[in-house]
Design a protein around this ligand. Structure first.
Ligand code: MSK
Length: 665
């Protein structure tokens, strides 16, 4: 049964819609297969949860203190326009949004902490890792105004400590990474607005502190804390993770790969890598290739070992090593449902509890490696960077030994493969275009109309991966270059939009650019922390243009918001001056509807505004030159994004006093 939510002007898909509309044939086959086996997944549990609470969906349920939960209702005279403490709708909506962002910031914060600590320990000679991309350390050192004549390891340790300090300091000091990378115009704007952050951990604590019972009652002050926390999230948890990872393990470069479910091999040990931090996994790759583990696999009767990835560790492995990925967060149960996965090695985040339930049906070994992400009854081998070699060897052994327990008669691998070119780091993109000036000229000429980053998670509330694919396909059709990361990238990779052939789907100018340079029109940049790469690309282009970022034809689209981390990503781009499209159900609640007095029909609800939604849609533009667009339907969202890009091109043309509008969109 389908559920309509007139209050949100939206309809939730039922299982048949999902099976009909999800773009990857492998996903459709696996949904059918697991349904046939009677194995429940997130898609079934989502249907079982219908109808979901309409207060919660609109951000109007407050559970922050023990007096509640309070459900706020501004319709009619029910005495529920305020919570028990007196909080009104704006305070509740804004407080929920801020707490969501703080949670997302904490998640990427722990990710950053693990990688940066490994970098420091490595610089101090305490691990067997190596800093393979010395240039990243030197670049950071220059930006931090360090003496680059110092011994390299000493310099690397100092750089690591600055990154760690930006993550965790408690003093009232401005963040060094922000000052090193953000455009001066933005820093001045943020300073004027009073939203320069101190550190990620500081702002997380302050966000939670301000939203406790009897804390900050001024929703506009909470909105400022939202932006401050988003900046800390951006310039510490994203930049810190991404740059420290690049220093340790290398900057990705383009490679051609085959991916999707069909790359699983029936007669190989199939190991799925899952989570967010690539630290331990880098060692596991090494060990899997070692003669000892290869022999173990052969002795068990396997032809070899096939490593595959899911979610963001999967995206990291794909970008850096070309290890094939299979899907995003909502695919994890389906992948195990093939029965062909012998072991899943997980680190942290986006590892849903349902994973174990499906794994138990097939006898799949789950190995957890992070103290922060335990799963009951799973094998736990905790990561320690100092003992990374022995831990990685033990995990590799266990994973390979699981092959002999597989029920080979029960495997069902969808025969679907996709081709793609991956590994578009900032450096790779600039090299391909021969520097930022050339890329900017392509934007100026209109051959590339704009750059939109289509990113973020998945949600069962819309047909799986459908929005990502429709939006990206429409944008390239209209000459807009797309970058993508995280779970969104898995959707676009599997849909073939990151393959060379996808250039055929692009508008003439973009097609020509792609074919000349041998790139697809959708550039997969890496994991969700690697949004850093798109941010740095936007900063580079704005510097080259001599314009603020908010004057250029860029946009951030998160079509399927899921994890709280999505909130930080959207807010970070917004603070930088890049407008944001949020799909359904966005982290910023849609305006509250008002019933028409003369009608009983739910369809006749008006969409009256709440101040928070209006603030992010309108008022914020005066402060940052960017806004949030909310549009659940992907075809309409694609049109809205094109209009935004066109408007930005006109603004850019008038600001630069050059005529850019001859190539109309
Ligand atoms: S894994 S945070 S569902 S992108 Fe980064 Fe995917 Fe979102 Fe997790």
């Amino acid at each position: 049964m389908k559920y309509r939510y007139p209050i949100l002007n939206a309809e939730m898909p039922d299982k048949e819609d999902i099976k009909r509309m999800t773009p990857n044939r492998a996903t459709r086959e696996m949904l059918e297969c697991l349904e046939g086996e009677g194995i429940e997944t997130s898609f079934d549990r989502y249907i079982a949860q219908q109808p979901q609470c309409s207060f919660g969906l609109r951000g109007l349920c407050c559970r922050r203190c023990l007096w509640g939960p309070c459900r706020l209702d501004t319709r009619g005279d029910k005495g529920r326009a305020r919570g028990i403490c007196g909080a009104d709708v704006n305070l509740v909506v804004m407080g929920n949004l801020l707490r969501g962002l703080a949670a997302g910031c904490a998640a990427h914060g722990q990710h950053a902490r693990e990688v940066i600590e490994t970098l420091i320990l490595t610089a101090e000679g305490k691990t067997s890792f190596e800093i393979v991309e010395k240039g990243v350390i030197l670049e950071l050192a220059k930006r931090f105004h360090l003496d680059i004549g110092k011994p390299f390891d000493q310099l690397a340790a100092t750089v690591g400590k600055i990154l760690l300090d930006d993550l965790s300091r408690v003093e009232e000091v401005e963040m060094k990474t922000l000052l090193a990378y953000a455009p001066e115009e933005r820093i001045n704007t943020w300073r004027e607005m009073g939203i320069l952050p101190r550190s990620a951990f500081y702002e997380i604590v302050e966000a939670l502190h301000k939203t406790t019972l009897g804390g900050d009652s001024d929703w506009k002050d909470l909105a400022k804390q939202e932006l401050r926390t988003a900046l800390a999230y951006c310039f510490s948890t994203l930049f810190g993770s991404s740059l420290a990872t690049e220093a340790l393990f290398g900057i990705p470069r383009p490679k051609t790969v085959e991916l999707n479910y069909g790359i699983l091999e029936n007669d190989c040990v199939n190991i799925l890598i899952h989570g967010h931090t690539p630290t331990l996994v880098e060692k596991i790759i090494e060990k899997i290739e070692s003669p000892e583990i290869q022999k173990l696999a052969k002795d068990a009767g396997a032809q070899g070992v096939q490593l595959t990835g899911v979610c963001c560790t999967g995206a990291e492995l794909l970008a850096r090593h070309g290890i094939p990925s299979l899907g995003g967060i909502l695919a994890q149960e389906l992948i195990i449902g093939t029965g062909a996965i012998d072991a899943v090695i997980v680190d942290m985040q986006c590892v849903i509890p349902g994973l174990k339930t499906v794994a138990d049906c097939w006898g799949t070994e789950i190995i957890t490696t992070s103290q922060s992400n335990r799963i009951p009854d799973a094998t736990h081998v905790p990561f320690d960077p100092i003992k990374a070699d022995e831990i990685a060897l033990e995990i590799s052994r266990r994973a390979v030994e699981a092959y002999s327990r597989r029920h080979h008669s029960k495997t069902n691998i969808p025969d679907v493969k996709s081709k793609a070119i991956i590994g578009f780091s900032l450096e790779a993109i600039l090299d391909i275009f021969g520097g930022r000036r050339n890329l900017l000229e392509l934007l100026e000429s209109g051959k590339i109309k704009g750059i939109v980053t289509v990113v973020g998670c998945n949600t069962p509330k819309v047909p799986y991966e459908n929005s990502h694919v429709i939006i990206a396909r429409e944008l390239i059709k209209h000459g807009i270059l797309v970058t993508t990361s995280g779970c969104s990238s898995h959707a676009l990779l599997n849909a073939g939009l990151c393959a060379l052939g996808a250039a055929e789907l692009a508008a003439a100018g973009l097609r020509e650019v792609c074919q000349e340079r041998g790139i697809p029109p959708v550039l997969a940049v890496g994991a969700c922390v690697d949004n850093t790469r798109t941010i740095r690309l936007f900063i580079e282009l704005a510097e080259e243009a001599g314009m603020p970022i908010n004057k250029l034809p860029f946009l951030f689209s998160g079509p399927e918001p899921g994890n709280e981390k999505t909130i930080g990503q959207g807010m970070a781009f917004l603070a930088l001056g890049v407008s944001v499209h949020q799909g359904f159900p966005g982290p910023i609640p849609v305006p509250i509807p008002v019933a028409k007095a003369d009608s009983d029909f739910l369809d006749d609800y008006d969409r009256g505004g709440n101040d928070v939604a209006d603030f992010f849609a309108e008022d914020i533009h005066d402060l940052l030159g960017a806004r949030v667009y909310s549009e659940p339907y992907p075809d309409l969202a694609a049109k809205l994004i094109q209009m935004h890009i066109r408007r930005k091109r006109l603004e850019w043309a008038s600001a630069a006093s050059t005529c850019l509008i001859s190539g109309t969109m």
